[in-house]
Ligand binder design. Structure first.
Ligand code: ADP
Length: 611
């Protein structure tokens, strides 16, 4: 299997800091029972182990000292009662630990989801942020197998191992301190060998994850309805099957190596355990023969020797587990603390009033997408005057959408500034700034809720009359009225059997209604007629004129004819403003705009003549 040569990012916090973070989150989030049960579980585990260690030797000592039957029964009763208390305590903790942990996981999931929803827009395309967010969310969604839960398991087990280790250490010291060294060294050696040999899966976990992601992706695609047509029409099945088979083969090879590592790790462990026990028990017999020893004492030491190595390896194993699981917690913390390039609550507040005039100016703006090779926009100087309706046109890839993303504050320019009424927008709370815009973007999605809720973007307390008016404005009123439950009909069948699927054009109208409902003082429409038929398109142009009256608006289109009703047209070419003026002025100028317009109108006229 090829080795992943990418350098792994160093964890930003250590194991104890990450564990402390989790404890603090539980404490602050009113889930105090999680760390408390974790502690109680360790104490009960230790108590039960201690009772088991002393139980048989204590009875044996009683018999040796000629204790009466009632006395022996009393000892048995005492130990049994103790064992009962500890095992019941352990069972109680085991049974109840998951409730608080579920809450804690949901709390952390809510935090990462909240961060993802609120973070600065560019972060959503930042590879490291994406990785941290995905790992953090996957990490809390795996139920009791989630690292966030396993940290508590490891912490509990580590604490129990440490307590038992201390108890056994006291016993072993009384026998012979060298024995401690022997058991500790062989246990550590065994653990190290085991760790190296059985760590294949852990060392290759990223590759394994990729294989499983790939397998999952392909099996989903094979079942997906969106690919069903292409699969049949383009004969994609053999190609898909070949890729799928290749992935299975890689997985098989991986599992083979992993199993062989695990087998040899067990063999090495057994050999070392045999050597350790042989030496330790021989020494115990030697002491027994040389100095004599009570049977009860012999039994106690015998149990201590056989148990001690378990606690040593237990401490190591649980420390490693805690370390591994805490790496996830570290990622979760890094995700939550991910730096924000935009200002939010710490920025200046912006009081947005739909009745006020707003002017937005791009001042010598250049822009390069993060990680992009070259600038997409070059030295743009453009002002959207208050109340003006501006059309931005140009061929595909000219930079129109990018320009709107800068205008609406989704990205900051690489060079230059964006000014709102003369003030740099970077000083403002970005969430306030977004309130300026009512927008219809090319890529959009709806929520699986009612038509009305999708228009109003809230579940309750919205103005139904206004929703109806906006739907009418967007030309969707009659279609919505014809739905089984009118504007209360739910959209999409992903969650609801009775949901309706709207066509692409209807969806675009719905987005228009949503933008109108928001009533932001600046209207942004990015190719809002792309999915509409010519009649509907003409209708939208008419409505657009009415909608934008008195408002600042930007209308993006590659259809030049659609810009006639705008106050001003800007033609973008390769990320630069090539021409600027009204539709009529640009046609009269006879430049690039006029040329493109000629080509397009010829095409449409010819298209109309087609049978
Ligand atoms: P238009 O809207 O005029 O079709 P865009 O603004 O979408 O053009 O794209 C302008 C250029 O920016 C194109 O070359 C496109 O490939 C590039 N681009 C768009 N989005 C990204 C992105 N997220 N990362 C890198 N490059 C991008």
């Amino acid at each position: 299997m090829p080795k992943d040569k990418r350098k792994k990012a160093k964890p930003t916090a250590n194991m104890w800091q990450n564990t402390a973070f989790l404890v603090a989150e539980a404490w602050r989030g009113q889930e105090k029972k999680v760390p408390l049960l974790c502690l109680l579980l360790a104490l009960c585990g230790f108590g039960a182990s201690a009772v088991e260690l002393y139980f048989a030797p204590a009875i044996l000592a009683g018999i040796e000292q000629g204790a009466s039957i009632p006395q022996l029964l009393q000892t048995i009763l005492f130990f049994t009662a103790l064992l009962l208390v500890f095992t019941t305590g352990r069972a109680y903790c085991d049974g109840n630990k998951r409730y608080g942990r579920v809450q804690l996981r949901m709390l952390l999931f809510g935090k990462t989801a909240g961060k993802s929803n609120r973070t600065s827009y560019p972060n959503l395309f930042d590879g490291r942020f994406q990785m941290l967010r995905d790992k953090a969310q996957m990490g809390v969604l795996q139920g009791e197998e989630s690292p966030c839960d396993l940290v508590w398991e490891a912490l509990s087990a580590l604490l129990q191992n440490l307590l038992c280790f201390a108890l056994y250490l006291t016993l072993m010291t009384a026998l012979n301190p060298w024995l401690i060294l022997l058991v500790a060294v062989t246990s550590l050696g065994g653990y190290a060998v085991n760790h190296v040999m059985s760590g294949y899966e852990y060392r290759h976990q990223d590759e394994l994850r990729k294989i499983y992601t790939g397998l999952g992706y392909f099996s989903n695609q094979a079942r997906s309805s969106s690919l069903a047509k292409d699969l049949r029409l383009f004969g994609m099945r053999p190609w898909l099957e070949e890729v799928y088979q290749r992935m299975w083969k890689t997985l098989w090879y991986f599992q083979k190596k992993n199993c062989s590592g695990l087998f040899w790790a067990s063999v090495a462990d057994l050999v070392l355990a045999f050597l350790r026990n042989a030496i330790a028990y021989s020494y115990l017999f030697y002491v027994l023969l040389q100095n004599g020893m009570d049977a009860s004492q012999f039994l106690l030491y015998f149990s201590a020797i056989s148990g001690f190595s378990g606690w040593v390896t237990g401490i190591l194993a649980q420390t490693v587990t805690l370390y591994r699981q805490s790496l996830f917690v570290g990622m979760l913390r890094e995700c939550l603390d991910y730096p924000e390039p935009f200002r939010f609550s710490e920025g200046a507040p912006l009081d947005v009033d739909p009745e006020k005039p707003y002017e937005i100016r791009l001042e010598n703006v250049s822009f390069r997408y993060p990680g992009g090779g070259e600038d997409v926009l070059h030295g743009i100087d453009l002002t959207l005057h208050a109340g003006e309706s501006l059309a931005v046109v140009g061929v595909n890839g000219a930079g129109k959408t990018t320009l709107v993303k800068l205008l609406s504050g989704f990205y900051d320019p690489t060079e230059g500034r964006v000014l709102l009424n003369g003030q740099d927008i970077r000083q403002y709370n970005r969430r306030d700034y977004y309130r300026l815009f009512s927008a219809v973007f090319q890529d959009f999605d709806t929520l699986p809720s009612s038509v009305a809720e999708n228009v109003a973007q809230q579940e309750e307390g919205f103005d139904r009359g206004r929703v109806r008016a906006c739907l009418a404005y967007a030309g969707l009123e009659r279609r919505v009225e014809a739905l089984p439950r009118g504007m209360d009909t739910r959209l999409g069948r992903r969650l609801f059997q009775d949901g309706v699927e709207l066509s692409g054009g209807e969806m675009q109208r719905l987005m228009l209604a949503r933008a109108l409902y928001k009533n932001g003082p600046v209207l942004l429409l990015d190719e809002p007629t792309a999915a509409l038929d010519p009649l509907a398109e003409a209708e939208v142009y008419e409505q657009y004129r009415a909608m934008t009256r008195g408002r600042s608006s930007v209308y993006i289109s590659h259809r030049l004819a659609s810009t006639r009703f705008c106050d001003r047209v800007v033609l973008l070419e390769n990320g630069r403003i090539d021409e600027e003026g009204t539709h009529g002025e640009l046609l009269r100028r006879g430049g690039r705009y006029a040329e493109l317009f000629q080509v397009q109108s010829k095409y449409y006229q010819e298209g109309e003549m087609e049978p």
